[in-house]
Design a protein around this ligand. Structure first.
Ligand code: GTP
Ligand code: MN
Ligand code: MN
Length: 580
C-alpha cells in the first residue's frame, strides 16, 4: 500500500534505524523478540514451573504511569481541544516532535506494527499502524490488539488507518511528549515506554483519536468495561461501565457471583475491561465491541479473593511490568495474599518494607483476553453486544450513595458529565484528591468536553432504544475510614437491581438526584451492613447534594457557551428541587 509504505520510508529517513522489521504477529516472530529481550535484559524470566511463558519487565523508575501534563491534543483551533485537554498548534507540535525523533532510532530496529482494534471482521473495528523502536511495545501490542498479517490485509483493503509513531527516546522525563493529531488520525509519542504512553492502540488510538472519529461518524468511544450478566433463566444483559483508572473496571468485568447467586445459576461473561466502542444498531439499541484483545490490568490488589478470574488468567503467557519477585522467582504484589513474600522490589532492589511497596502501585499484567475463564464468546461477535445499562461511578468517600438511576437519557448524560473521583496511582500526581472526571474520560477525550456531551445528547433521537443510565459508588467510607460496602463479587447485587429496573421489576424511590433503591429493593442475603452503612449507602443527604449541585453548576460553567443548554437546564432544575 503506497500511503503506508511512503509513511514508513519517511519515518525511517527521519529516525535513521539500523533495521526495519514489519511485524506479522507470528509465533516465530514473537519467540525471537522474547529471546532478544531476555538476552539484553529488557525482560527477565520468571519461574517456568509456576508461570510458564511469563516474563517480568522493569520500566525506568521515572516512567511508571500516564503523564497527563505531557499529553496534548493538537487541533487547529484551541477551542476544539477544550479546557479538558492540553493543546498545542499542530505545526508547532510536529516541529517539536520531529526534532525529538530526528535520528532517535540509530543503532535500533524500527518495528512496523499493523493492528486492528476490534474483531478483525467487525464493521465497528478500526485499524492502525504503530511504528516503534521498543520490542517490549511489540510484545504488548501482540497481546492487546489483533496485530499482524490480517490487520495489514484490512488496512490495504480500506486505505484509512491511524498512524502512531513511538520512540522510547532516552526515557528522559524532560524529553517526553504524547501528541495527538485527531484531524490527521495521527499520534506521536516520545520518551516513555510505559502503558498508555507507548502502546498506542490503547488510550491514544482507541480513546483519544477514536472519540474524535466516533463524533464524526455517529458512534461512541468510551473508557468502559463491557460485561454480560446471565440470570438463572439463561437471559443475558450486557452492561457497560465507566469508572476512572484504578477504580474497578477490570474487577467488575471479571466478577465472580457471590455463593448464593452461583448456586442459583447466575453467570458473568467478560467482554472487555477498559474500552468500549458502541453505535446504534438497526433496532435502535446501542451495540458494543471491545476494541482490545487483551487486558493491561492493575496487579496490586489482584487476589483469589478480589478477582479470581484475573488471577487465573495470568498464570501463563503473561508479561508482568513493575511487580516484585519472590525467592523462587514468582511475580508478587501487595494484596496477592498467597502466603509468599517478595525478596526483590519493582526496581530490582532487595525488598525493604520501610522503603515502600514491592510492586509499584500502578504495576500491571498484560495477558490475552482469551485466557480469562469468564471470557465471553460474544466478545468476538463482529456485530457487538446490545447494551441494557450504562453505569458511571467513581471513588467518593462521602456523599454519593451506593447506586442511583438517572431519570432519562439527558439526566444520565449530566450524571456522567458531573462524575467526580479521588485520583489514583494510574497517573502521576497527587493521589486521593477529588476531581471531576466526566464519564471517566478526563484523560482520554480527544476533543472539547462540551462538544462531547452534545454528542452524547444527540443519541436520544426518534428511533433510539437507549440503555438506562446509573451511577454507583463502591468506595463510600464510614467514620472509621473503612469501606462500607463489601464490593467485588457483591457488586452483582447492585447490577441485579439495575437489570430489575431495566425490566420494570425492581423498586426505587424518587429523589431530586434520581431513583434510589431502599436497602430492601436489593438482595442483601448474606451481607451484613451496620446502621451507619445502611444510612450512608442508601440514604440521601439533601444539604450535601445541594452543595454538590452548586459545584456541578460551576464546573459546567467553565466550558462557556459551548456547553449544551440542556445540561445547564437539567443542573438548574435539580439544584432548584434540592433548594426547595
Ligand atoms: P484501569 O485499568 O487503570 O483503567 O483501572 P480499572 O478501573 O480497571 O481498575 P481495577 O479494576 O484494576 O481496580 C483497581 C483498584 O480498585 C484495586 O485496588 C481494587 O482492589 C479496587 N477495587 C475494585 N473493585 C472494588 C470494589 O468493589 N470495592 C473496593 N473497595 N475496591 C475495589
Ligand atoms: Mn483504563
Ligand atoms: Mn483495568
Amino acid at each position: 500500500m503506497v500511503a503506508l509504505n511512503e509513511w514508513v520510508a519517511q519515518v525511517a529517513t527521519l529516525t535513521r534505524p539500523d533495521k526495519i522489521q514489519w511485524c506479522d504477529g507470528s509465533d516465530a516472530e514473537h519467540q525471537a523478540l522474547i529471546a532478544q529481550m531476555l538476552a539484553d535484559g529488557t525482560l527477565e524470566s520468571l519461574n517456568e514451573a509456576t508461570h510458564p511463558g511469563s516474563y517480568l519487565h522493569r520500566s525506568h523508575p521515572d516512567d511508571v504511569a500516564r503523564v497527563e501534563h505531557l499529553t496534548f491534543v493538537c487541533t487547529n483551533e484551541r477551542e476544539d481541544a477544550g479546557p479538558n485537554n492540553h493543546w498545542m498548534a499542530p505545526h508547532e507540535a510536529h516541529a517539536k516532535m520531529d526534532a525529538l525523533f530526528e535520528g532517535c532510532m540509530r543503532g535500533r530496529t524500527m518495528y512496523v506494527i499493523p493492528y486492528c482494534m476490534g474483531p478483525i471482521d467487525s464493521p465497528l473495528a478500526r485499524c492502525g499502524v504503530e511504528i516503534t523502536d521498543s520490542p517490549y511495545v511489540v510484545a504488548n501490542m501482540r497481546v492487546m490488539t489483533r496485530m499482524g498479517a490480517p490487520a495489514l490485509a484490512r488496512i490495504e483493503r480500506e486505505g484509512s488507518f491511524v498512524r502512531g509513531l513511538h520512540s522510547i527516546g532516552e526515557l528522559d522525563p524532560e524529553r517526553r511528549f504524547i501528541m495527538h493529531f485527531p484531524d490527521e488520525l495521527a499520534i506521536k509519542s516520545f520518551g516513555s515506554g510505559y502503558g498508555g504512553n507507548a502502546l498506542l492502540g490503547k488510550k491514544c488510538h482507541a480513546l483519544r483519536i477514536a472519540s474524535h472519529q466516533a463524533r464524526n461518524e455517529g458512534w461512541l468511544a468510551e473508557h468502559m468495561l463491557i460485561v454480560g450478566i446471565e440470570n438463572p433463566q439463561g437471559e443475558t444483559h450486557y452492561v457497560a461501565a465507566a469508572f476512572p483508572s484504578a477504580c474497578g473496571k477490570t474487577n467488575l468485568a471479571m466478577l465472580i457471583p457471590p455463593e448464593g447467586y452461583r448456586q442459583a445459576g447466575w453467570k458473568v461473561w467478560t467482554v472487555g475491561d477498559d474500552i468500549c466502542w458502541m453505535r446504534p444498531g438497526a433496532d435502535g439499541r446501542l451495540y458494543a465491541i471491545n476494541p482490545e484483545a487483551g487486558y493491561f490490568g492493575v496487579a496490586p490488589g489482584t487476589s483469589t479473593k478480589s478477582n479470581p478470574n484475573a488471577l487465573a488468567s495470568i498464570q501463563t503467557n503473561t508479561i508482568f511490568t513493575n511487580v516484585g519477585v519472590t525467592a523462587d522467582n514468582q511475580p508478587w504484589w501487595e494484596g496477592l495474599d498467597n502466603g509468599q513474600t517478595p525478596v526483590t522490589d519493582w526496581r530490582g532492589n532487595d525488598y525493604d518494607a520501610s522503603k515502600g511497596p514491592a510492586a509499584h502501585p500502578n504495576s500491571r499484567f498484560t495477558v490475552s483476553a482469551k485466557q480469562c475463564p469468564s471470557y465471553s464468546p460474544e466478545a468476538e461477535n463482529p456485530a457487538g453486544v446490545p447494551i441494557s445499562a450504562i453505569v458511571f461511578g467513581g471513588r467518593r468517600a462521602s456523599l454519593v450513595p451506593l447506586v442511583f438511576e438517572a431519570r432519562d437519557w439527558t439526566h444520565g448524560v449530566l450524571v456522567g458529565a458531573a462524575m467526580g473521583s479521588e485520583t489514583t496511582a494510574a497517573a502521576t500526581g497527587a493521589v486521593g484528591v477529588m476531581r471531576r472526571d466526566p464519564m471517566a474520560m478526563k484523560p482520554f477525550c480527544g476533543y472539547n468536553f462540551a462538544d462531547y456531551f452534545a454528542h452524547w445528547l444527540s443519541f436520544d433521537d426518534a428511533g433510539a432504544k437507549l440503555p438506562k443510565i446509573f451511577h454507583v459508588n463502591w468506595f463510600r467510607k464510614g467514620d472509621d475510614g473503612k469501606f462500607l460496602w463489601p464490593g467485588f463479587g457483591d457488586n452483582l447485587r447492585v447490577i441485579e437491581w439495575m437489570i430489575g429496573r431495566v425490566k420494570g421489576e425492581a423498586g426505587a424511590t424518587q429523589t431530586p438526584i434520581g431513583y434510589l433503591p431502599k436497602a430492601t429493593d436489593l438482595n442483601l442475603d448474606g451481607v451484613s451492613l451496620n446502621e451507619e452503612a445502611h444510612a450512608k449507602l442508601f440514604g440521601f443527604d439533601h444539604a450535601g447534594w445541594s452543595a454538590e449541585f452548586d459545584s456541578i453548576g460551576e464546573y459546567l460553567g467553565e466550558y462557556g457557551p459551548r456547553m449544551p443548554q440542556a445540561l445547564h437546564d437539567e443542573q438548574q432544575r435539580i439544584a432548584a428541587a434540592l433548594k426547595g
